[in-house]
Design a protein. Structure first.
Length: 323
């Protein structure tokens, strides 16, 4: 049996051409056709819902900051779904329920997945700041939340997340993979790939911990601070109607924040020893298939401005068809 050091040297020399085997749902082959149909329908509905919101906001001549951020959120969810779900569907379409992915392809998928998820975390923090200014400083809202500030915040969310994701991905794929190349997952998730590394020290987990602090903890603290201030402002409103109306503008954002942070915290904020492939795949199914579908539903049902511009878009389409 070759020594660990020999396997590490072999890994370094052949890493560029190495392939991983994504096991996917190979243990559920008898449900393959049903799962494929369910995930395909969810994927198409997710793409349709987020595309509709994205196009409706883009075509709207006047966009308040919250709609601008919502447009960016829909764009992120579209990319998010396209990065993960096609490979998931492919693994269900092939005979064995598993599929291969190259070393580079796995790294690219992980980077895009972490970057888009991180950009969403930062964007949720920016949206909470928008709600803070709208409720706590309503007279200064137009001056503070200018178009220039919104653009800078949107750019900072994307660039910051992509930079952190690049550092995390580089750190993960520099590790020696001397165990089986079989990833018990349907995509190259960080814990699943880290589980294959043959290092036993906690230093291999430090990049993931640093990324969690930057992408999860820091935005969460900003969101928490915003809502503490919002709660204090709402407590000073004497009218229950006014308080309810002000709080209703935050419900959609709160629901999405809880969905996103609940799944991400469960998967990533834990030691490597707590990795459970079956449990992780179930939670991953939720945040790669269900939550992107829920976002447009939550906003279209709860946000009056979204409902108005969607009706406008549908009316314009009917008029165009008649003409």
């Amino acid at each position: 049996m070759p020594c660990e050091g020999c396997m590490e040297r072999d890994n370094v020399s052949t890493g560029a051409t190495m392939e991983f085997l994504l096991l996917g749902f190979s243990e559920l082959l008898y449900l393959r056709a049903l799962l494929f149909l369910i995930f395909l329908i969810l994927h198409l509905v997710t793409l349709a819902g987020n595309t509709m919101i994205f196009m409706a906001v883009v075509l709207e001549p006047s966009r308040p900051p919250m709609l601008f951020f919502l447009c960016q959120l829909s764009a992120i969810e579209l990319c998010y779904a396209l990065v993960i779900v096609p490979k998931e569907l492919l693994s269900l379409a092939v005979a064995g329920g598993s599929s291969t992915i190259s070393f580079l392809g796995c790294a690219v998928q992980m980077h895009l997945f972490v970057a888009l998820g991180g950009a969403e975390c930062f964007l949720l923090a920016a949206m909470s700041f928008d709600r803070f200014v709208a409720i706590c400083q309503p007279l200064r809202y137009a001056a503070v939340m200018s178009e220039g500030l919104c653009l800078r915040l949107a750019l900072l969310c994307v660039l910051g997340a992509f930079a952190v994701a690049l550092g995390l991905t580089a750190a993960v794929f520099r590790l020696p993979f001397c165990r089986s190349r079989r990833i018990d997952h349907f995509f190259c998730d960080v814990p699943a790939v880290l589980h294959l590394a043959c290092t036993h020290s906690y230093t291999s987990e430090l990049p993931l911990l640093a990324a969690c602090v930057l992408l999860l903890l820091l935005p969460f603290l900003l969101i928490l601070a915003s809502y503490v201030c919002i709660a204090a402002a709402l407590s000073r409103i004497t009218s229950s109607v006014g308080r309810g109306k002000a709080f209703s503008t935050c419900i959609s954002h709160l629901a999405i924040t809880l969905l996103h942070y609940g799944c991400a915290t469960f998967i990533y904020i834990r030691p490597k020893s707590g990795y459970s492939p079956a449990r992780d795949k179930v939670v991953s199914l939720v945040y790669t298939n269900i939550t992107p579908l829920m976002y447009p539903l939550i906003y279209s049902l709860r946000n009056k401005e979204i409902r108005v511009i969607l009706r406008k878009m549908l009316r314009r389409r009917k008029i165009a068809q008649v003409n």
